[in-house]
Design a protein around this ligand. Structure first.
Ligand code: AMP
Ligand code: GLY
Length: 421
């Protein structure tokens, strides 16, 4: 089988890595890819948001199955374009990708199907937003409706900050069209867990739970980022909570959307009043994928083929009991402006350490050398019998690999360790 993976981050490297290992895959292509992906796949310089370009590539290379990593091409209708041309692809249509690309779409779905989520008001104008703010408790949460690469959510601590946020998003349109509609919602307290399922339009199968670390600095402080680390441990969700999430969120959502296919990722908040849906994403999480796929014992390609063929119910999805953890190595000034082009050392040595895989994110490869090309540079992922062991191995290699300005959070998985003690 010839596979094609769209995207250029750590998530896509983990997907390429999993596909390249399987016996059924003869060749993996990726666009645009990165310095790590380029070692395991043939990369093509097609941008991930070029819907026509991606379809043309799949057509001309007779690709058997395409996997879309990021949300932007999905929301732009890449799956619709592939289907129009009869090209096999994994992911939802643009219409159903609104589960991620429109927070109002998802909130309405939650209201219609009694899916537990934060109480909210949808606002189509700034006047409506100012009026909605009159009755709220602080902190309150203000969200731009559209895709905003993680910048669309503000937790406002005071009426002043809330008013300023509405001005910025709706009147100054600092995030463009994403802010043409707002959701103002109740602040939820609790621990966040990422819960993913594969879906084929008929059946679904759940993945192991995981937890992202979104804030830049230790102790969950500093600005939000694309993710500074993650870990996956079965006990993150009790059986009762997992069943509740399936019965009250996943199943009603898939039944309501009828044909949803691909990956559905529920961002959960485990509150004192039970799990609540914070958001849906219509793709695998990053860096969650980097801790989920290393625990998957079933060949990823078998699962993807089953999604394509609507036979997911027949696949026996097996997971390793091992615990996994990933530490994201970033350019020091991330998420601010960063300097690129710093040579990365120690990757060959790291590749010889057992139970550890270094997934590339913002890297490029030139003449056998690897250089930084983004804020999030590498994801050092390890598996172990315990969380402690997985973290120990990941941090050992995080220390070993080096580039100018390297930084990482030293407290990935700490909440999990504390809970176990
Ligand atoms: P979202 O883009 O909706 O996932 O929001 C980004 C992050 O903001 C989430 O991962 C949470 O950490 C935080 N967040 C979003 N909504 C809420 C809420 N209602 N209460 C508390 N935190 C929230
Ligand atoms: N880890 C958060 C996301 O992928 O959206």
């Amino acid at each position: 089988m010839k596979m094609f993976v769209v995207g250029s981050g750590g998530r896509e490297h983990a997907i390429v890595h999993a596909l390249a290992e399987g016996p059924r895959v003869s060749k993996v292509y990726a666009a645009p890819g990165n310095g790590g992906i380029a070692q395991q796949a043939e990369t093509a310089a097609v941008p991930a948001d070029s819907v026509e370009g991606l379809a043309a590539f799949a057509e001309s290379h007779a690709i058997d199955l395409t996997v879309i990593g990021p949300e932007v091409p999905l929301s732009l209708g890449v799956v619709d374009e592939f289907q129009k041309r009869d090209l096999p692809v994994i992911g939802p249509s643009a219409e159903l990708a609104q589960l991620e690309s429109s927070k109002a779409f998802t909130k309405r779905l939650c209201s219609e199907h009694a899916i537990p989520t934060a109480a909210y008001t949808e606002c189509a104008t700034a006047e409506e937003a100012y009026r909605a703010l009159e009755g709220v408790d602080y902190p309150t949460v203000i969200k731009a409706d559209g895709l905003a690469a993680g910048k669309g959510v503000v937790i406002a601590e005071s009426p002043q900050q809330a008013t300023r946020t509405v001005q910025d998003l709706m009147e100054s349109r600092t995030l463009g069209e994403a802010g043409s509609r707002l959701i103002i919602e109740e602040f939820l307290e609790g621990e966040e867990v990422s819960f993913h399922v594969f879906a084929d339009g008929r059946d679904f199968q759940e993945m192991v739970p995981s937890q992202d670390h979104k804030r830049r600095f230790a102790g969950d402080t500093g600005p939000n980022t694309g993710g500074m680390g993650a870990y996956s441990l079965d006990t993150m969700l009790s059986d009762a909570v997992r069943q509740d999430v399936i019965d009250r969120m996943i199943r009603p959502t898939l039944e309501a959307t009828q044909t949803y296919s691909g990956v559905l990722y529920a961002g959960l908040m485990l509150t004192d009043n039970g799990p609540k849906l914070v958001e849906y994403n219509v793709r695998l999480g990053d860096p969650e994928t980097q801790v989920i796929l290393p625990r998957m014992e079933t060949d990823l390609v078998d699962v993807l083929i089953a999604i394509r063929d609507h036979s997911l119910g027949e696949v026996e999805l097996k997971w390793s009991p091992l615990v996994s953890a990933t530490v994201v190595l970033v350019s020091g000034t991330y998420p601010g402006k960063i300097e690129k082009g710093k040579e990365i050392f120690g990757l060959n040595e790291a590749s010889r350490i057992g139970d550890v895989t270094v997934y590339h994110a913002g890297t490029v490869r030139e003449d056998g050398h690897v250089y930084t090309s983004g804020g999030r540079v590498l994801n050092v992922t390890a598996v172990g019998l315990t969380l402690e062991e997985a973290l120990e191995k990941a941090y050992f290699v995080a220390e070993m690999v080096d580039f100018e300005g390297k930084d990482y959070r030293r407290d990935i998985g700490k909440k999990g360790l504390d809970k176990q003690r």
